[in-house]
Design a protein around this ligand. Sequence first.
Ligand code: HSE
Length: 382
Amino acid sequence: MKVAVLGYGTVGVGVYGMLANAAGLEQGPVLVRPGKENEPFKVSSLAAILEDPTVGAVAEVMGGVEPAFTYACAAMRAGKHFVTSNKALVAAKGVELNRLAREQGVAFLFSAACGGAVPFLHNLALARESDTILSLGGILNGTTNYMLDAMQRLGLDYADVLADAQRLGYAEADPTADVSGLDALRKIMLACAVAYDLLPTEGLLNEGIESITAADVAHFQARGYTCRLVVSGGRSADGGVYAYVEPVLLRAGSPECSVLENYNMARYEGQCAGSIVLMGQGAGRWPTASAVLRDLSGILRGERSMFSAACAEGAADNGGSVHGYYVRLPAALAGALPAESVEKEGGIARLITAPMSVKAMHEAVKALRAQGAAVFFAAIKE
Ligand code: HSE
């Protein structure tokens, strides 16, 4: 099967390169911006790709919702299988694309959009056929894991480790989505859609690592904690779905603490299977390209979809997930949260809260920040 590639950035170069040696797959044209067609395989006309009957599949690795969505619809309508690494696209338009792919009888696969090289969605889609998925989670953003790991093990500052993550090709073009937790949130949205037929688009909560400081990291480290940005999803007690992202403080020995550099650790718990943990590189050229290639090879074996026909958009409910938090905030505001312990020094308070719901915590911090307060918080899951 000849594969056209849309985009020739970090991942596009990897996909095109891997196609040269993949069984049953062939390098097709690569779509680039007008004026960038400096090699024979590069073209700037999508129409030429879609009208080429020898192209069987399109791999989109450009990122962003538009024009990727328009191109995806056009490719599916032209009868081409569609594979993407684009989580923003699938989080925003996945239900619509799933419907269109089914109408057109083409594949719509996006392993690379969640976990990079880690075969998370693929295994989840298989597991949900025969088991009940109780919960989902783990570390699904390579950039922030790389940053938190380097801040802790190498004692580096936030700005330096972010620049390194960008240079290494882990971060998005605009790293705001990585450090704000939005990138990880999009990934847990996709995992929930695969596991529960519900793509949560409302009621979601994400806290990133933008407000963490070297002093916070030193404080956790001195108390035996490691900080990681962790995604959580699952069935709530009332049958709904919860989905959120927040920094978590973990004790040495927790599996997440062994996730270093740009690695991801995806986890699901099946009622019968128990806990399944998958680890590997979650970002970067070759790990991400390997997942795109895995999907393309899957098409040759008859794989067509990750979302079921019933998958629909809906709301997440994070009111029922409850745990304690570490919070660093101005000392004058320490009374704003239900604290079990408080340490104050130099105008700063570091407190451990009583157990509270994820929704209540995220809303409380939003209100404090609206008053101009500098706040960092992380869940404590012992
Ligand atoms: N920026 C993303 C990350 C790339 O750091 O995980 C892979 O999705």
